[in-house]
Design a binder for this molecule. Sequence first.
Ligand code: NCD
Length: 316
Amino acid sequence: MSDHLLSTKGFTRDRAVALLDVAEDMADTQRRQVKKLPTLRGTTIVNLFFEDSTRTRISFEAAAKRLSADVITFSAKGSSVSKGESLQDTAQTLQAMGADGIVIRHSSSGAAHTLATSGWTRAGVVNAGDGTHEHPTQALLDAFTIRKRRHGDDSRGRDLDGLRVVIVGDILHSRVARSNVWLLTALGASVHLVAPPTLLPTHTEGWPVTTGIDLDAAVDDGPDAVMMLRVQRERMTEAFFPTAKEYASLYGLSVARADRLPATSLVMHPGPMNRGLEIAGAVADSPRSTVLEQVQNGIGVRMAVLYDVLAGDRAA
Ligand code: NCD
């Protein structure tokens, strides 16, 4: 059991494999007619979303409900946060209402960590995306998806040793990229980052990755998976590339580029997609694309994470 899930940095191979194996068990239960497990009965989980979300919010809600937790979803719009209430007051209010778990998405990097270490709440905290920092459950569902496509029902106990993953696009603003760098490499995969120079972070020296600016070269290298990232315009305070057309032509995964990948290479995207910008619609909808599997796998993975953080000592 872990107290919180804030980051994938520091994950060991064994911890990652164990969590993915629990996610396999959870996913198995989701193929039954009765999908609900009694595991977190009597537990209250608050989904605290200060930033927009479709997939992640619904996925956490479904995961918590399928574990029989009581779920309260709180979005900052329409709450007292829009009146200027601080994270501290919000957290203390939730503590007073008896939240056992808080799933938080926030535009500030470090918000989940602050909540977990502040003493404002005793709830287990799960980071559902903090600014440009981390999005650990997305990385876990991405790793789960790669493992599942590779090994199918024989996935349990396996890591991603020797697999080569290319992550492409707006790395600078991407918490998905950061969490995947730590998790995929902990699982034994190698990670190559490709982006225009303006969208590559300047401080990747300590990261266990290689970097480049040439998508064609990365494609021709025959990677096992290509993970496309959304161009996050809402986080851009300046112009990072001249035009959308130029970005698409240099860094978009077009049909022509995807056709040059080995037949077994996966194409991934965390969503929401800018079709025609970072990924062609036809590629997103092609058999090698895992976009919808990623969404589906997210539920079992989040059930595993909520179980890990909330079952056992805390629930008792
Ligand atoms: C990602 C996020 O919010 O960080 N999306 C998601 O959780 N499915 C990536 C993105 O917004 O581009």
